[in-house]
Design a protein around this ligand. Structure first.
Ligand SMILES: *Cc1c(COP(=O)(O)O)cnc(C)c1O
Length: 464
């Protein structure tokens, strides 16, 4: 077989890709017709494609390349670890230095008594661990009936059978027999789309109180845990009203429900603190981590677990684990990523420089005729596209029609901005500079202008 390299013409790479590569969350037949974009290199916040375009990646890959692309230190650490000990497991009374060091580092960084780490290969796997861990925790305490996990509609917790069940994406539940039993979904705190005439804070409180209603309806003796992202990511960067999280914490405390914070996106500086739980001021029993843990340089995830849960689980054998739990190369890369984040004060850069600047520029986009609300927490932002700001109307066209047009305009203007329905979202590398933020905003504004023109031309600027 001929070597497949970056030097082949784009069309040839596209044909080879279409022939044998099934893409995630993609209509592969359609993709083959459109032609896939081939990314060949990246440095800092900039991607390069096979046509030589230089694209500002305002999504940090998939919310993960927090320290930016092209950091040689991580490549060096990976090569060194592969030579020294490329693999060993942590199952049968064995361990290795990268797993020890990373678990200790995470216990130091995590708030409160979150002092114990169960490693996984991804966020999905970590949430599968969490399902089994919280149910087993209650069983160990003699309360095996406490097995229901409450989650939220439009939450994203991964794509395996378990984590996809925790998630509240209806399009995922329609395929493959999800959700598994004993997962219950309440409504999300999405004021823009669902708040109707309510004041945002009253709406936030009402949506939090749905947790209490669900516990009372299902029975306190049946509910094991509540899981949520501090700020929903893949659901469209839904920033909850300030009233939401204090009420959720009150309810979890009152009914002694375990609180799982899915920090896969919010963790490791994304919201301006090390963890999103600190930004929204909650005290989870378990945090799910992945993505920014290694800045995406190696696949690794995990659960950071509090003293109480770890001690109960440790009272017997927990029949669970992955071949790659604590993989030495991935753990070494994650550790080096955290070392760089501390040494370069990346969280401080977000909190004091990048996030305040981005917030100011991002919120100015709300002046654009196509933009309803512009929301942002730290380095994750969203704008809602609307044909009518005053009424917060959705478009008459299928959801995502306008968003897709906008995303295509962004790509044409060398900007990666993703659409979720008709919300446009960003989550740039945390190391982005103010100059680069200016470029991001200028390209976003140009793309919004072009999208507005396209919607007018196609007679799509109509309210539902
Ligand atoms: C991406 C994501 C996951 C799943 O992580 P994978 O590594 O893709 O399995 C889980 N939770 C949240 C909040 C995520 O954004």
């Amino acid at each position: 077989m001929r070597a497949i390299s970056n030097h082949l013409p784009t069309a040839e790479l596209q044909a080879l890709d279409a022939a044998h590569h099934m893409h995630p969350f993609t209509a592969n037949g359609e993709l083959a017709d459109k032609g896939v974009r081939v990314i060949t290199q990246a440095k800092g916040v900039t991607l390069k494609d096979s046509e030589g375009n230089e694209i500002l990646d305002a999504m940090a890959g998939l919310w993960c390349v927090n320290i930016g692309y092209g950091r040689d230190e991580l490549a060096d650490v990976a090569a060194r670890q592969m030579r020294e000990l490329p693999y060993y497991n942590t199952f049968f009374q064995t361990t290795h230095v990268p797993a020890i060091a990373l678990a200790n580092k995470l216990a130091e960084l995590a708030p409160g008594d979150l002092n114990h780490v169960f490693f996984a290969g991804s966020g999905s796997e970590a949430n599968d661990t969490n399902i089994r861990m919280v149910r087993h925790y209650w069983a160990m305490k003699g309360k095996a009936d406490k097995s229901i996990i409450i989650s939220r509609k439009n939450a994203y917790h991964g794509s395996s059978v378990g984590s996809g069940s925790l998630g509240g994406m209806s399009a995922m539940h329609e395929q493959g027999g999800l959700p598994i039993p004993d997962v219950h979904h309440i409504n999300q705190p999405n004021w823009w789309a669902e708040g109707q005439d309510m004041d945002p804070e009253a709406f936030g409180l009402a949506r939090a109180q749905e947790l209490e209603e669900a516990i009372l309806e299902l029975g306190e003796d049946r509910v094991a845990a509540f899981i949520a992202e501090p700020v929903q990511g893949a659901g469209g960067v839904i920033v909850p009203p300030d009233s939401y999280w204090p009420e959720i914490q009150r309810i979890c405390d009152k009914y002694e429900i375990l609180l799982i914070a899915d920090e896969v996106i919010c963790g490791f500086g994304r919201t301006g603190n090390w963890f999103g739980s600190q930004t929204v001021n909650i005290r989870p029993h378990i945090m799910t981590i992945a993505k920014g843990l290694s800045s995406g340089y190696a696949p690794i995830g995990g659960s950071i677990v509090c003293d109480e849960v770890a001690s109960v689980i440790g009272g017997g054998e927990f029949n669970h684990g992955y071949t790659y739990s604590g993989h030495p190369v991935a753990a070494a890369v994650a550790l080096e990523n955290l070392r760089i984040m501390e040494e370069e004060n990346v969280v401080g850069h977000v909190r004091d420089v990048a996030a305040p600047y981005l917030k100011q520029k991002w919120e100015e986009l709300a002046d654009h005729p196509l933009v309803g609300e512009a929301k942002i927490v730290g380095m994750m932002g969203s704008i809602a596209l609307t044909p009518d700001k005053a009424t917060r109307a959705a478009f008459a066209a299928d959801a995502g029609t306008a968003g897709y047009i906008c995303r295509e305009r962004c790509f044409a203007n060398n900007l990666v901005m993703r659409h979720v329905g008709d919300r446009m979202i960003i989550s740039p590398p945390l190391v982005i500079t103010c100059d680069e933020i200016d470029t991001l905003i200028a390209r976003a504004r140009k793309s919004l202008d072009e999208c507005l023109e396209a919607l007018k031309e196609q007679d799509l600027l109509k309210a539902a």
